[in-house]
Design a protein around this ligand. Sequence first.
Ligand code: SF4
Length: 281
Amino acid sequence: MKTLELLRKAVEGKLDRGEEGLGYVHPSTLAQGCLLAAGHELLRHPRAEPEARRRRIMQAGTLSHERIMGYLRPFIVARELPFLEPELRIKGRCDALLYIPPEAGVEEPGFYALEVKTTSSVGFAEVRGQGAPKPEHLRQCLLYQRGLRNFYGVPVRGGIVYYENRDTLEYQLFAVEYDEGELAGILEKLPRVISLAREGKLPEGEEYRLPADHWAHRYCPYLPLCPYGQEAVANAKGEIPPAVKARIIAERIVRKELKNPRKGRHRPRSLEELAREFGWE
Ligand code: SF4
């Protein structure tokens, strides 16, 4: 097909979009290591909104990214670089691609994939104490490197993880060498998760989930849909965030409604309809 023909198809809305129903997995989801969450993402299940405080933290993180990019501007080739791995249905954006020229006098000039993380004092002390990025951030940085290499053919030499303490603005840089082995555990299971998603199913079995004592269940956007995560959170100390609790209740009401034919409804109400009915809007 000629280029103009392809572009004409795009203009006329006739592009072949492949498997429209199936979603993509974000590198951050995959890096967390829960393949069940990846399954939810592929099936485009609704994500729970983060509670207001967490949303504010994320907004503050986004603003900090802007500032941090300013410090590194002399070496930034591109920011928010999208990439796609069609076979593994991974779709993401690398925070930035850096290029350190040989004239800079460093031992290892070349291209680097940058990942920026802002964190609390506790989180910052943890990575500083460990002398390494958190495992999920390390994997995310590796997925960026892999994505940029495969999608653009850029000979990425390695990755950099930049941590900033959002309380004190101290920072810490880590170099991340590419190591396919670190990703092997999740990438080997992903094709099975994709083929299940094509049948509309989620993966079952402990090997696809995070261990029960993992901290990440609490913040997982699929927690309202996930009995394993809910049990893990209930058994852990502390409360489930209120926004997640509300969503769990709403999901249960919807499910009950499905099972109760006496109500004469053949269609479960959507969460939006429920929210309107209960005056939550
Ligand atoms: S709640 Fe936990 S087990 Fe369930 S999808 Fe999320 S991370 Fe995985």
